[in-house]
Write a protein that binds this ligand. Structure first.
Ligand code: NAP
Ligand code: 8YV
Length: 309
C-alpha cells in the first residue's frame, strides 16, 4: 500500500529525492488552488514531512500519524495540537551541532575583527587612504552561553580553543560540565564579554534576553544569536546598538525573519547572517536522512530515531 505524505514547503534536494522513492508525496506549496488540492488528498495523508505545522492543518488531516520536522527546533510545530490529535513529532538533533557551532565561532571572529567590513573596505578601494582600524579579539574573554545543550556544548569546546573562558546559564546546573553555572541570565550577562544564545524558541524563552539583560552586557558586550530571534527583545537590542548601549551583535536569526530591522544595516558593530547555522551540504543531507529515517521507522512499526512527542 503506498503511503501518502504531505509537504507544505520545499525541503533539501536529497531529502525530497528519497521521500519520492519511498512515499507518495503531495506538495501543497506547489498547488495553485491550495484549498482544493488539500480537500482532495487530506483524508489519505498519514505523515507530514517538514516543519511549520500549525493546529489548523493538523485538524484538516484526520489520518495524520506523524510530523517529521526538518530541523532540531520545533517552535514552529504546534506540539500541543499534535499531542491532542495523537500525532507523533520528530526532529533532526545532533547531526547539525558542528555546523551551527562552526558558524557561531565564525560570526564571533567576524564581529570582533570586523571581517565583513574589512572585505568591503578593500573592495571599495579605501585601503590606500588609511587602515581599517584596530579592534578586539576573542582571546582571554569570557563567553556566557545561554543554552548549554547539544549545540551549546560544541560552541563551548570551540570557544575554549579560542582561549575563551566559558560560563553558562540554563534552567538547571548540569553535572559533569567544566564550566561555571549562573542561576540567572542577568548575572551572567553582567560578568560576560560575549553572550551566545543557543536555547530553543517558544513560550518559555520569549524575549528572555530583555533590555535589562542587554544593558547588563553593556557598551562593550557582544551579543551572538544563533538560537531564535524570539529569544531577544529585538527593538531594545536595536535601540541599544544604535545608541552605544550594546557593543555589537552577530545575528543569524531574527524575530520576523526573513525581515531584518533596517536600522541594523548601517551599523559596523553588527554582523548579519540569513539563518545559515545548519546550511552546509553535509549537514542538510544528514538532516534530511534523519527526517526520512524517522518516517521509515514509524511506518515499519519500529522506535522513532528522534522523537519529540
Ligand atoms: P538542546 O540540546 O535541547 O539544548 C537547549 C538548551 O537550552 C538546553 O541546555 C536547555 O537547558 C536550555 N534551555 C531550554 N529552555 C530554557 C529556558 N527556558 N531558559 C534557559 N535555558 C533553557 O537543543 P539544541 O539541539 O542544542 O538546539 C538549541 C536550539 O538552537 C534549537 O532549539 C534551535 O532553536 C536553535 N538552532 C538554530 C540553528 C540555526 O540555524 N541558527 C540551527 C539549529 C538549531 P536547561 O534544560 O537546563 O534549561
Ligand atoms: C533550520 C534550525 O531548521 O534546526 C533548526 O532548528 O534552525 C535550522 O537548522 C533549517 O534552516 C531548516 O529550515
Amino acid at each position: 500500500m503506498p503511503i501518502d505524505i504531505l509537504q507544505t514547503g520545499k525541503l533539501h534536494a536529497s531529502c525530497e529525492a528519497t521521500l519520492a522513492e519511498r512515499y507518495t508525496v503531495h506538495k501543497l506549496h506547489e498547488a495553485t488552488d491550495k484549498d482544493a488540492f488539500l480537500a482532495e488528498i487530506a483524508s489519505r495523508i498519514r505523515a507530514h514531512a517538514g516543519s511549520g505545522v500549525q493546529a489548523d492543518l493538523i485538524g484538516k488531516l484526520p489520518k495524520l500519524e506523524i510530523i517529521a520536522g526538518f530541523g532540531v527546533g520545533t517552535d514552529n510545530i504546534d506540539i500541543g495540537a499534535a499531542k491532542a490529535a495523537n500525532v507523533r513529532v520528530t526532529n533532526t538533533p545532533d547531526v547539525l551541532n558542528d555546523a551551527v557551532a562552526e558558524l557561531t565561532i565564525g560570526m564571533m571572529i567576524a564581529l570582533a575583527r570586523r571581517i565583513p567590513q574589512g572585505d568591503r573596505f578593500v573592495r571599495d578601494g579605501k585601503w590606500p587612504g588609511a587602515g581599517l582600524g584596530l579592534f578586539s579579539e576573542l582571546t582571554g574573554k569570557t563567553v556566557g552561553i545561554l543554552g548549554l545543550g547539544r549545540i551549546g556544548k560544541e560552541i563551548a569546546t570551540r570557544a575554549q580553543a579560542m582561549k575563551m573562558r566559558v560560563v553558562y546559564h540554563g534552567r538547571k546546573r548540569q553535572d559533569n560540565v567544566p564550566y561555571s553555572y549562573y542561576d540567572t541570565l542577568l548575572a551572567m550577562a553582567r560578568d560576560c564579554d560575549w553572550l551566545v544564545l543557543i536555547a530553543p524558541g517558544g513560550q518559555g524563552t520569549d524575549r528572555i534576553v530583555s533590555r535589562a539583560v542587554l544593558e547588563a552586557l553593556g557598551p562593550k558586550g557582544m551579543l551572538v544569536n544563533v538560537g531564535r530571534g524570539t529569544l531577544v527583545d529585538e527593538p531594545a537590542m536595536v535601540d541599544l546598538l544604535l545608541n552605544g548601549g550594546l557593543g555589537g551583535a552577530a545575528l543569524d536569526v531574527f524575530e520576523n525573519e526573513p525581515q531584518v530591522p533596517a536600522a541594523l544595516f548601517a551599523l559596523d558593530t553588527v554582523v548579519l547572517s540569513p539563518h545559515q547555522g545548519s546550511a552546509t551540504h553535509q549537514t542538510r543531507d544528514a538532516m534530511g536522512a534523519t527526517l526520512v529515517a524517522n518516517l521509515d521507522a514509524h511506518f515499519a512499526g519500529k522506535p522513532l530515531i528522534s522523537p519529540v512527542v
